[in-house]
Design a protein around this ligand. Structure first.
Ligand SMILES: Cc1cc2nc3c(=O)[nH]c(=O)nc-3n(C[C@H](O)[C@H](O)[C@H](O)COP(=O)(O)OP(=O)(O)OC[C@H]3O[C@@H](n4cnc5c(N)ncnc54)[C@H](O)[C@@H]3O)c2cc1C
Length: 431
């Protein structure tokens, strides 16, 4: 079959890889100048760096198997992260169970209940009961108001902004489960993986494999419209041309599919449009000095413009970056005027916030600052989300959809993008 894939993130690439292995003729359309989607990279010093911070977990079996298949396994290294929470104007270590026990901002009983909640989550197999309770209600019930206000509430706010109170228990249960499972042989120390040269290395290799099987890539090419022809083929229309295909896989946010396919029935389009995504603002700083010993700092204090500080070089070392790499990240509603502010205004606001946390931070420590924005960064899974997820097969024959929003009950991630891409390929092949 001649198959068009719209979107060259990990979902589209994994599907394209599988389809081309089965000798289908794949053409990938991508609006950006490069493949990889959210997991693309940019040059920093004598190395490449992910535009948005990424790490993987030891349970990410689809990604690890794929890396093995592509002889990239040696490029993945495992590191022990040091994490912290910024609250009440200070940093609290928050990596080990002992850190939790010593976490003074909440009472001892709450700390114990919180530990039991996180540890117990990995033994819960059926997520259905969490579909009808918000993460907020569940956490307050199981570990108390204090634990919610000081730790989990800020974490939910950091991901879901205005929607945080409505996020379903399923999302947070899955997070607890994941963090509790990515531990090495000791079962105590968490291990996070990173790929030498960034995860774009994996994306580039997948693209190369697709090309080697006569696949084609149309980069810098936004698909403007797709239409079904009277002969049952699908027409893909870009600024430059229109091409015919037997099948289309749309591998990006559902609401974007609703925009480019006018002939979809109204109620189906509406169902795609109700799936909300948060945007992300991510400022990458190349610094002359390190800010702290921590890899991951969650901001639990109100009034700061970002919600995470990720000092990437504290996880993976200095490599060939020639600087210390710090990401400042904020998930945000795309309708918030701050999302559309100028790069300069966002960077200034973030840097002002950084000085509040690290008073010794000076702007002359910055070698370079790069702001990246992602409009479709995180699907919002509110109550009953499991019922609203669209199928990979759309209501039109020959048209398929595979997006982060369909990864459930797990949360989005590179591993699940690969799994979803494979599943979409199987469904396409199956008809
Ligand atoms: C800030 C941040 C941090 C993250 N951290 C981690 C992490 O630590 N670990 C982890 O595993 N995952 C992480 N993720 C998630 C991970 O990046 C995603 O799950 C994964 O990259 C999604 O891949 P995708 O192919 O589904 O979507 P995307 O990567 O969004 O790809 C969709 C592609 O479709 C293209 N497109 C859309 N419309 C059109 C059109 N009309 N025509 C042509 N092209 C189009 C887009 O340009 C894009 O390239 C993070 C994400 C973010 C935003």
């Amino acid at each position: 079959m001649k198959i068009a894939i719209i979107g060259s993130g990990f979902t589209g690439l994994a599907a394209g890889y599988k389809l081309s292995k089965e000798d289908h003729e794949v053409t990938v359309f991508e609006k950006d100048p490069h493949t990889g989607g959210l997991a693309s990279s940019f040059p920093v010093g004598n190395d490449n760096l992910d535009s948005f911070y990424h790490h993987i977990f030891i349970t990410d079996s689809y990604l690890l198997d794929l890396a093995r298949e592509l002889n990239l396994e040696d490029k993945i290294n495992w590191y022990e992260p040091k994490n912290a929470i910024f609250l009440d104007n200070r940093l609290y270590p928050f990596t080990t169970p002992m850190d939790l026990l010593l976490f003074k901002p909440i009472g001892l009983l709450s700390r114990i209940r919180m530990g039991l909640l996180v540890l117990g989550s990995k033994y819960i197999k059926d997520y259905k009961p969490f579909e009808n309770i918000t993460a907020k209600e569940w956490i307050i019930k199981r570990s108390g108001r204090d634990a919610y206000d000081k730790v989990w509430g800020p974490l939910l706010k950091s991901k879901f902004d205005l929607d945080s109170d409505m996020v379903s228990g399923t999302w947070i249960w899955n997070k607890f489960k994941l963090r509790g499972s990515s531990r090495g042989k000791s079962k105590v120390k968490e291990l996070l993986g990173y790929m030498d040269g960034g995860f774009a290395v994996l994306a580039d290799t997948l693209a190369e494999k697709i090309r080697n099987k006569n696949g084609a890539f149309c980069l810098n090419t936004t698909v403007k419209e797709i239409r079904k022809t009277t002969e049952g083929k699908w027409e893909v229309i870009t600024d430059n041309e229109s091409k015919l295909f037997d099948r289309i896989l749309f591998a990006a946010a559902p609401e974007l599919l609703a925009k480019i396919c006018p002939e979809l029935p109204q109620d189906y389009k509406k169902s795609l449009e109700t799936i909300k995504y948060k945007a992300n603002l991510c400022l990458t700083l190349e610094l002359t000095k390190s800010l702290s010993p921590y890899y991951w700092i969650t901001i639990s204090q109100k009034g700061l413009p970002f919600v995470l500080i990720i000092e990437h070089t504290n996880l993976v070392g200095l490599r060939n970056y020639g600087s210390r790499i710090v990401y400042l990240s904020r998930y945000i509603d795309a309708s918030d005027p701050f999302y559309s502010a100028s790069d300069e205004a966002i960077a200034n606001s973030f840097l002002k916030g950084l000085k509040k946390i690290f008073p010794s931070f000076k702007e002359d420590m910055i070698i370079k600052a790069t702001l990246n924005r992602a409009r479709f960064a995180q699907p919002v899974s509110t109550l009953g989300y499991g019922e609203r997820i669209p199928d990979i097969k759309t209501c039109e024959s020959g048209l398929y959809l595979a997006s982060m929003a369909q990864i459930y009950p797990e949360d989005r991630g590179l591993n699940y993008a690969i799994k979803l891409g494979y599943k979409a390929a199987d469904i396409i092949i199956g008809g």
